[in-house]
Each structure stands twice: as C-alpha cells, then as structure tokens.
Design a protein around this ligand. Sequence first.
Ligand code: RTP
Ligand code: MG
Length: 179
Amino acid sequence: MGIWKTIRQKKRKTSQTVPVKPGHRKGQTGLTEQTFVMVKPDGVQRGLVGEIIRRLESKGFKLAAMKFMLIDRNLAQKHYAEHADKGFFQELIAFITSGPVVAMVWEGEEAIASIRKLMGSTNPREAAPGTIRGDLAIATNFNLIHGSDSTAAAKREIKLFFDPREFCDYSRNLDSWIK
Ligand code: RTP
Ligand code: MG
C-alpha cells in the first residue's frame, strides 16, 4: 500500500511537469500589426510560394487575407509611387506586372518590422543568411518578396490591394503559445 501511494504521488508529480498555457505575457509589446506582403512574379515562377509562406507561418504570424493575381500597370504605379523618379522605375513596373503574384496580409506582434527582417536586405547578396532573400535569391531585381516598410505604407498598401470583405476574421488556438 505504501509503495503504491509513493508511485501515485510520483505520477502526480510527473503530470505536473506537463506544460500549461503560460499565464503571463512577458516580452510582449502588445503591438499587433497588419502588413502587406507579396510574393513577386519571380517567386511564383520559381515555385517558392510555399517556401515563403512557410517561413511566415513558422515564425508564428497569422494570415489575414490572400489572393493570387495579376497586377496591372495602374496598380503597379500606385504601389511603387515612391520610386517614380528612380532610374529603375520602368524596369520595376515591367517586372511586377510580368506574371502573377501572391498578395497577402499577415498579422502579428510588430509584424511590419519583423517581416522586413525575415525578408532581408533589398540586395539579396547583402541579405543575411537565414533571411528569405539571403537564402533564396541573388539579384536585386529578382528579390522574391515585398513587405511594407512602415505603418503608413502598410495601411496604404493593404487598402490598395484588398477590400475589407476579403479578410477572414478567425482565431487560432495556438496563439496562446505564441503571444
Ligand atoms: P520592396 O519595396 O519590393 O519590398 O523592396 P525594398 O523595400 O526592399 O526595396 P525598395 O527600395 O523599396 O525598392 C523596391 C524594389 O525595386 C527594385 N529595385 N531595383 N536596380 C536597382 O537599383 C533597384 N533598387 C530597387 C527591387 O525589386 C526592390 O525590391
Ligand atoms: Mg520598398
């Protein structure tokens, strides 16, 4: 009887070590953001849509909206308006309209800056290993992914590409393990 009691007590102790949902929010800023992300035509052509989405999903970000689409010249010029006076503008417009893209909105804590970090530098040869551009691309004009670079840009670009009805409002059970 004494032995069985000890075993039962040990079992109970062991079961207490099973992880439980953390009750605190240490390290969380509480700044949940949405950002506009696009797999560019080179990413679609090279079959890297899944790989790029996998990296954002694995990090813990949440997909809020997504569509496979062709960008027309008008939308391209609006999207890249900040570069209108640059020497590479016409080439950039031709490239971004050259084939289908995957337009997305991703959501999460400090998602704008964090996804820019996952993307890596504009020039893939300067992008750190471990980043999308650093691991998967070589040329600046074939750098696979776009991500909003500021709060204002995210707001503007999301509105440019998505109608509010295209968003799915849903919750994920695993969020309590991410934030
Ligand atoms: P993106 O807007 O596409 O996310 O890229 P980014 O912020 O890292 O770079 P940005 O300076 O906004 O440039 C937009 C895109 O233009 C092409 N580019 N070409 N030939 C060049 O010197 C040059 N510089 C930029 C790239 O496709 C870049 O992503
Ligand atoms: Mg940019």
